[in-house]
Design a protein around this ligand. Sequence first.
Ligand SMILES: Cc1cc2nc3c(=O)[nH]c(=O)nc-3n(C[C@H](O)[C@H](O)[C@H](O)COP(=O)(O)OP(=O)(O)OC[C@H]3O[C@@H](n4cnc5c(N)ncnc54)[C@H](O)[C@@H]3O)c2cc1C
Length: 412
Amino acid sequence: MMHQVIVIGAGVVGISTALELQRLGHSVRVFDRKGIAAETSAGNAGAFAFTEVEPLATPGILRKAPKWLLDPLGPLSIPPAYALQIAPWMFRFWRASRPDRYRRLLGAQVSLMELSKAAVNRQIDLVDGESMMQRDGQMQLYESEAEFRASLPTWELRRQHGIEFELLESPKAIAEKQPGLSPRFTHAGFTPDWMNTIDPKSWVEHLAQAFRDLGGQIEQRDVRSLAQTPDGVRVELAVGAEHADKVVVCAGAWSHHLARTLGDHIPLETERGYNTTLPQGAFDLRMHLTFPRHGFVATRINGGVRVGGAVELGGLKLPPNFKRAETLLDKAQQFLPGLKTEGGTQWMGYRPSMPDSIPVIGPAPSAQNVVYAFGHGHLGLTQSAGTAEMVAAMINGLAPPIPVEVFSATRF
Ligand SMILES: Cc1cc2nc3c(=O)[nH]c(=O)nc-3n(C[C@H](O)[C@H](O)[C@H](O)COP(=O)(O)OP(=O)(O)OC[C@H]3O[C@@H](n4cnc5c(N)ncnc54)[C@H](O)[C@@H]3O)c2cc1C
């Protein structure tokens, strides 16, 4: 049965979902208060990071956190003004890192990654998008034998899940793959099966064009609340109201505000991240580089270099602290001594993050015609096409391609 569907949010998750539903014959409108890829999906690192299957809440992680928090511009920070508000989320994060929960979440992450990898290739074929991809792999860099050894359990985990990689144990072996790195990097792990888009914003715009070509509509609308009706869902807007058979909430880091209007309390928070994008010619970057100890990456965007990462648990209202972007750029210059740091553009984005590192994908507990698809944290681009296929199965009343209970909004 075909439905009139409203998708809220024109980020990569919303547009991917809308495209899949329209392709399957539904009549789909996307509402976004700002426009296409106007928030987090615009400025991310562009990586389809299929190799990153381990949830962030690993057993023992909270023992490392105090060390990171000591440096206010370090990889993890909590602005004092937000410390109290984030405490319940941190408590849930800690609970998710307990070994039994961790194993369940790892299984969920692995299955969503496998689905997403296949799904994005189907999506690329559908929209003729191969020219917007860079399939050059990724290198994670370590500064000592000890740091490398400490990473080996994670590499073993990847091996167990069939992820290909090559471990490099000298600066010379590293330089063969990526010349120009500081010799402080003594060890590395290279994952060939990793893909980046040339620009995440252009990628969403490309998907949006394919959606429109199939007859879909994208409208600038500010959604204020949702209400279940006997035959669907009433969508209350800043100006007026609309009705649909089904609504999908893909509003990124703002999704819990809409869920609350239905009576659902979802512990969604934001991990704010920063970056600087340098123009073409900044550095001859051959692949996506990850500096795990420092919590940031360097990646090729539109022929230039984007340097970014960091996690700031600072909510949706505090002003950005662009010193973070500057700190990352300073470090990048030490790590890539030839990097030209002039002419960069700074950006801050709001990762939509659940405390157990996996998204919410499933029906709203209090409204049977509303489906939630948000909370992808660090992996929203990576998991967008897989999420779209799961939501489409739910709307069609079919069995989703992977088990969905673990992603349910009722799990908290
Ligand atoms: C520094 C950084 C680097 C990252 N790198 C990567 C990476 O390399 N790979 C990866 O997979 N992920 C990465 N991420 C994460 C990724 O960017 C996010 O997970 C993803 O963009 C989330 O997409 P989304 O569609 O859920 O949300 P968004 O892109 O934020 O879209 C949500 C949309 O909903 C709209 N909206 C919200 N509320 C309303 C309302 N009430 N009415 C109407 N519209 C509304 C907003 O305007 C917005 O356009 C990174 C994030 C950051 C910050």
